[in-house]
Design a binder for this molecule. Structure first.
Ligand SMILES: [Zn+2]
Length: 234
C-alpha cells in the first residue's frame, strides 16, 4: 500500500479515537450530575420549608400580639365595670367582655394549631437534612470515582495525542492539509473502506477504473461522488 495512504488510515483512526474521549468523560460524569440535581432539589425544598416556617412563626407572633391587646382590653373593661351607673352600660360592657374572651379563645386555638404545623415542618425539615447529608456522603464517593475515571480517560487521550503528533511530524504536510479539508465536513468518515465496490462514506457504487485504483493502492484515491479518501480493506 502507498505509504501516504496507510498514514492517512492511521491518522483517521487516531482522530476517531480522540473524538471518542469527550463522550466517555461525559458518561463518567453522568452519575455525579444526577446526584447534584437531586441535591439542588433537596436544598430547594429546605429553603421552601424555612420560608413557610418563617411565615407560620410570624402568624403566631401576630396572634400573641393580639392576645396582649385583648388582655389589656379585659383590664380596661374591668376598670370600667367599677364605674357603671346603669343597667344598659352594664349589658354593653359584659357583651364587650364576652366578645374579647371569645377572641382570646380563638387566638389561643390558632396559636396551638400553628404550633402543631410548625412542629410537623420541623420534623420534616430534619428528615430532609438527613437525606441531604446521606446524599452528600454518597456524592463524595462518586466524585472520587468519577475523578479517577476522568483522569484515566485523559491519560489515554494524552497518549493518543502524542501518537498523532508523532505521525503528523512524519507525514507530508500537503497530504495532512488535504485530509484536514475533507475532515472539516466528513468528520470521522474522511477515510473510508470500499465495500462491494461502493464508497464506505456515501455508499455510491464506484466504476471499475476507480475500483481497481483502490485495490492497487498505488496512490491516494478519492470517491468521485463525495470526495472521501478510499482504501481497500483487504
Ligand atoms: Zn463517496
Amino acid at each position: 500500500m502507498n505509504k501516504h495512504l496507510s498514514q492517512l488510515i492511521e491518522i483517521a483512526n487516531l482522530d476517531k479515537e480522540i473524538d471518542s474521549f469527550e463522550p466517555r468523560i461525559k458518561e463518567a460524569k453522568k452519575e455525579l450530575n444526577l446526584i447534584e440535581k437531586e441535591e439542588d432539589k433537596l436544598n430547594h425544598q429546605i429553603e421552601e420549608f424555612n420560608m413557610t416556617s418563617n411565615d407560620i412563626s410570624l402568624s403566631i407572633q401576630k396572634n400573641e400580639n393580639h392576645l396582649e391587646d385583648l388582655s389589656l382590653k379585659l383590664e380596661e373593661i374591668a376598670n370600667k365595670t367599677k364605674l357603671i351607673k346603669t343597667e344598659k352600660e352594664s349589658k354593653a360592657l359584659s357583651l364587650e367582655e364576652e366578645l374579647a374572651k371569645e377572641q382570646i379563645t380563638f387566638a389561643n386555638e390558632e396559636i396551638a394549631r400553628l404550633n402543631g404545623i410548625l412542629e410537623n415542618k420541623k420534623e420534616a425539615l430534619k428528615e430532609l437534612e438527613e437525606s441531604i447529608k446521606a446524599l452528600q456522603n454518597n456524592k463524595k464517593e462518586i466524585a472520587q470515582k468519577v475523578e479517577a475515571e476522568v483522569q484515566k480517560v485523559k491519560d489515554e487521550q494524552k497518549e493518543i495525542f502524542t501518537q498523532k503528533e508523532a505521525l503528523v511530524g512524519k507525514m507530508d504536510q500537503k497530504i495532512i492539509s488535504f485530509y484536514e479539508k475533507i475532515r472539516k465536513w466528513a468528520k470521522n468518515t474522511s477515510v473510508v473502506p470500499v465495500t462491494r465496490q461502493a464508497c464506505g462514506g456515501c455508499f455510491i457504487r464506484l466504476n471499475d477504473k476507480i475500483y481497481s485504483d483502490v485495490i492497487r493502492s498505488d496512490d491516494i484515491t478519492t470517491c468521485p461522488h463525495c470526495g472521501r479518501i478510499l482504501y481497500n480493506e483487504n
